[in-house]
Design a protein around this ligand. Structure first.
Ligand SMILES: [Zn+2]
Length: 146
């Protein structure tokens, strides 16, 4: 048989060698990339959907802080007392309680008499100067916007 009738390896534009009308090596790479991309999109959507279940707005916070804040929120919900989580009342506003989330972040809550209501998570840096300021700054801090 003539040499020409046999399938032969050719060099594609990408530089790979192979059989067929297109480079299977590159096609597989593209398929893997698309799969990774859609997996990440799915994970992102699942992560975004979780925020709807939170008692307070957490979506503006870094992921690791969100996870720890959720632990604190669910502990509160399950009846753990704030002092068991090193929470303290503010000296200037005794009905306001701060609970450490991480070294940098605090969960602010309000004691409405019957229960401890979560208000927002803020960073230590945002919070510290305000506790030394006039009471109206604290009130602004307690507004329920993130
Ligand atoms: Zn290729």
């Amino acid at each position: 048989m003539s040499h020409r009738s046999r399938k032969h390896k050719k060099r594609f534009a990408c530089g790979h060698r192979g059989y067929g009308r297109y480079c299977h090596c590159c096609a597989e790479r593209v398929a893997r990339k698309q799969k990774r991309f859609s997996q990440r999109r799915q994970e992102r959507e699942q992560w975004q959907a979780l925020f709807a279940g939170d008692a307070i707005e957490l979506s503006h916070l870094p992921k690791s802080i969100v996870k720890k804040a959720r632990n604190v929120l669910s502990a509160l919900q399950q009846g753990t007392h704030y002092w068991q989580m090193s929470g303290k009342r503010l000296e200037m506003m005794r009905d306001v309680i701060r609970i450490p989330v991480t070294r940098r972040y605090r969960l602010l809550c309000q004691d409405d008499g019957d229960q401890i209501v979560p208000i927002k998570v803020i960073s230590h840096e945002d919070y510290n100067p305000l506790t030394r300021g006039p009471k109206r700054f604290l009130s602004r801090l307690l507004s329920r916007k993130p």
